[in-house]
Design a protein around this ligand. Structure first.
Ligand SMILES: [Zn+2]
Length: 298
């Protein structure tokens, strides 16, 4: 029988499941220091079950990564528990770094064994404050673009999605191609985005993408760009003249997920596809999860 209800590690709080696995200071360090970068909102954590359900709900909104996120969460809980037991039994001090290494190792082994590694990439953060896609302000239309590139076959996929101020998708494309480097795919994606917007006779556009180098070059035409994209950049500057208003926005990856998925779709299916206001079904859940007031027009 425990003779003291307080946490045997920090000695500051009662040793509840939630405290032991999530909120004990050393456990917080594990969550934050690991690939999850997670910082729990202490006041919102009631029970472990409710917390798991909440994470599950948020991660399913985050689309294709949800299975991975949940496995990652469970491996963290399990790793923290094992390390904690070890420390308590040996009367030692917890070491978040060791625990993180253990978690990464066992998670990696599991992903390898279950074949999940190919399908998923680690999320930058577990659902907390993640940047999301923002609709443009009327009358602007937003065009998100992204590229995917295979370094073995040099096959590339370009994703373009055009959405209005209501967040409704107007048009999009998944285009299969061949490029010599990822930056060339990204630059070509901007060209394709502009061509599609010009075809739709859109006047005011915001082009959004997550390639920092490229968007820096687009916004600083006088800087000397990467030679691989100089040809494509001159195409972009020519196409620019077709619009009354045009802006180039760099956004973090999380805010560019539909274009990213559309690019991967082209690469995976090995075919190109354009759509008017009816996106492929595999993109609909991501479109919805961009946190818009209503479902997009499909
Ligand atoms: Zn504690």
């Amino acid at each position: 029988m425990a003779n003291n209800p307080m946490c045997q590690i920090c000695g500051e709080f009662p040793e509840t499941t939630e405290h032991s696995l999530i909120l004990c200071p050393w456990a917080l360090a594990v969550w934050f220091g690991s690939s999850t970068g997670y910082i729990p909102e202490k006041q919102k954590i009631t029970t472990l079950e409710a917390w798991i359900l909440e994470i599950q709900k948020k991660s399913s909104l985050l689309s294709d990564n949800s299975e991975y996120v949940m496995q990652c969460v469970f491996f963290h809980l399990w790793g923290i528990w094992k390390h904690r037991c070890d420390v308590v039994m040996r009367h030692g001090t917890p070491n978040p770094r060791t625990a993180i290494e253990c978690i990464n190792r066992s998670l990696g082994e599991w992903l390898n064994a279950s074949g999940l590694l190919d399908r998923t990439s680690p999320p930058e953060t577990i659902p907390s404050p993640i940047p999301t896609w923002q609709p443009p302000i009327f009358p602007s239309v937003k065009v998100n673009v992204d590229g995917a590139w295979d370094n073995v076959t040099h096959k590339s996929g370009i994703g373009v999605i055009v959405r209005n101020h209501r967040g409704n998708s107007i048009a999009g494309a998944s285009i299969l191609g061949n490029h010599n480097s990822p930056i060339e795919v990204e630059a070509d994606a901007v060209v394709k985005g502009l061509q599609l917007a010009a075809f739709l006779k859109i006047q005011n556009i915001i082009i959004e993408g997550d390639c920092q180098e490229l968007f820096h070059a687009l916004n600083n035409p006088s800087s000397s760009p990467n030679w691989r994209i100089s040809h494509m950049l001159s195409k972009v500057f020519h196409l620019k003249t077709l619009f009354t208003g045009i802006k180039f926005h760099w956004v973090p990856r999380e805010a560019n997920r539909v274009a990213d998925a559309a690019a991967k779709l082209a690469k995976r299916r090995l075919c190109s596809q354009d759509w008017a206001n009816r996106p492929p079904t595999s993109l609909i859940s991501i479109l919805r999860s961009d946190g818009l007031p209503g479902p997009p027009v499909v």
